[in-house]
Design a protein around this ligand. Structure first.
Ligand code: SAM
Length: 284
């Protein structure tokens, strides 16, 4: 039985219909499943957190190579399938929760030990919450080695864009660049899933840096400025800084930008992470 037939078989057996509202697009391509696991470079010393195991296609491969897999799934309808499928594995734990409400810090800390000493996130993400999931993984100061996840292709290009260099960069690109080395690892056409989504996908690999890429005293202000700068599409940086009350007046914004040598007509995507860091230093 190939993965397509196996997926259909499981769905029939358990009476499961893909739930669009939960972003359910099940992987049916063996090469892609193997490719994700290869890119994540998993060993028996690794604790893997899988977000949204669905019917367990990726989980099944992860369980062969990882020390332990903790799968966090919101949909109650797939729990029986997962529990049946993996009941003989003693390295599998299933948590029925919303990933955005899960206390990942405690979960990871309580599972890491001498034998299981490294935590990696691997997932085919539910696309409707890609950004909040990635931000949670980056901002909660988790002890993560890497994040290897499937996302929409266009989103993958934004997430891996180098700020100030690639025009695809958005405010989230700065956060990723601050915390990680990021790259697109695999392109995944839409026919690798059932149901087939309307867009192509890509697997990205984020490797967490030991220290953030730059040293900054006021991280909160830095990201507040970046978010404000990007909150108003097609506005110049100056207008966004004033509208979002980061600067009290156009004159103040012009003065600060002049001082750090940034073109007054610059758009936010033209600024590097270092430029924003300079700006936040001036404004703190
Ligand atoms: N891993 C499976 C695969 O590759 O075939 C399914 C991936 S599917 C794109 C996304 C999965 O995330 C679904 O199983 C869905 O139920 C689950 N999901 C959606 N929202 C979630 C949330 N807030 N927390 C945890 N899981 C969620």
């Amino acid at each position: 039985m190939d993965l397509f037939q196996e997926t259909k078989f499981i769905m029939n057996k358990y009476g499961i219909k893909a739930n669009k509202n939960l972003g359910q697009n099940f992987l049916i391509d063996e090469d892609i499943v193997n490719g994700i696991v290869e890119q994540a470079k998993i060993s028996k010393e690794d604790l893997v957190i899988e977000i949204g195991p669905g019917l367990g296609t990726l989980t099944s491969r992860l369980l062969e190579v990882a020390g332990k897999v903790i799968a966090i799934e919101l949909d109650k309808n797939v729990l029986e399938t997962l529990n049946d499928r993996f009941k003989l594995y003693n390295n599998f734990e299933l948590i029925n929760q919303d990933i955005l409400k899960t206390d990942l810090k405690s979960l990871i800390e309580s599972n890491l030990n001498e034998k299981l000493n490294c935590c990696k996130v691997v997932a085919n993400l539910p696309y409707y919450i890609t950004t909040p999931i990635i931000m949670k993984l980056l901002e909660e100061n988790l002890n993560l080695e890497s994040i290897t996840v499937m996302v929409q292709k266009e989103v993958a290009e934004r997430l891996t864009a180098i700020p100030g260099k690639n025009k695809e960069a958005g405010s989230i690109s700065y956060s990723i660049y601050y915390y990680c080395d990021a790259q697109i690892a695999l392109d995944v056409p839409r026919n690798c899933f059932i149901p087939s989504p309307d867009v192509d996908s890509a697997v990205i690999n984020l490797k967490l840096l030991k220290q953030p890429r730059i040293q900054i005293d006021n991280e909160e202000l830095l990201f507040k400025i970046i978010k404000s700068a990007f909150s108003q599409k097609r506005k110049t940086l100056i207008n966004s800084l004033v509208n979002k009350k980061i600067c009290s007046s156009k004159q103040e914004a012009e003065k600060v930008l002049n001082e750090i040598g940034i073109d007054l007509k610059a758009r936010p995507e033209e600024l590097s992470l270092e430029d924003f860091a300079e700006l936040s230093k001036k404004l703190s």
